[in-house]
Design a protein around this ligand. Sequence first.
Ligand code: GLA
Length: 393
Amino acid sequence: MGHGRRVMGQGGERMRFSATMVAAGFLLLAACKPEPQPMKTIRHSERVFGTTPEGVEVHLYTLQNLHGMRATITNYGGIVTSLLVPDRTGRPGDIVLGFDSLEGYLRGSPYFGAIVGRYANRIAGARFTLDGHAYRLAANDHGNTLHGGVRGFDKVVWDAIPFADSTRSGLRLHHVSAAGEEGYPGRLDVTVTYEVTDANELRITYHATTDKATVLNLSHHGYFNLAGRGSRSIIGHELLLAAERYTPVDAALIPTGELARVDGTAFDFRTATPIGDRIDADDRQLRYGKGYDHNFVVLGTPGTLRLAARVRDPESGRTMEVLTTEPGIQFYSGNFLDGTLVGKGGATYGHRAGLCLETQHFPDSPHHVNFPTSVLRPGQAFRSETIYRFAAQ
Ligand code: GLA
């Protein structure tokens, strides 16, 4: 579904204009009465990105608005491969980390720009019990399961349908996760929709249903560097997190179950603070994460769209706001990046070259009754929305 469909932008791309044609056009225009303008449609386009080892051709879809914002997304893993956002002078820069080719992602990616699921972040011991049944999951992180297991939603080819109207351009991605995939129960039907809106937003909506009770946690794993791709570390970015509490972890980055107050700690981002100010503080939690790699409890009512985070790069003037209906947000300061990955345009992604703000249910929720439930049952529909909103000043 959706493969091979060609959706070109509004004319233009393949036309060559000569000076004579332009002159003739002006003469023609002068001779005619002005026609009513057709409604402006935001453009989108599609091209081949590559072929998976299984022989499936995957595509790149470009969504853009009329203000210079452009997202390029592949249906392999639902990965946002580039996100162009203007700086305060209007110059566009690519503010996400990733690779130039599909091979880069296939060789091994720390979830750059991907949709993560069936369960974003970790489930301890790669097992959980639901309705009296014990389920064993694929363990891919020191005996725990991380981001869906060995072949999570970041590594599947999604069916894709692009669409556009006068205010947004979008891509609807659909995947059916078979019962038993990576150990999870139930056949899960998932739709993730990306939209680039007129208000300089990348809007992501998630919808899922199941035929048997399962646990579910869907997120987007974009690595942002608001200065432009990987040019320097994100420690100078100023971060605000709308959170009074976070979920401390053990040495394996599994939540202890505590909802700890941020007051007086390096985790208090209630007023905007440069990320580097306290990242090397003498704090056990920061040692466990090798920096920030923690879930924050977003203020306000889960299910309602509200501000979770705001980041600003003082040099480019770019800001990003994250709004979500999810109960939590994982702030990961790119601590595992070590300069060994060569990304787009030959950029070397060094330590903390990008930051992630992953909206989510809390990690390891199946083992903590005091966390918002991540259980989805037949007859229920999981719905969730996250907006990354950009500005520059
Ligand atoms: C999440 C996790 C991190 C790490 C990254 C990917 O943010 O919390 O510990 O696994 O994904 O490298």
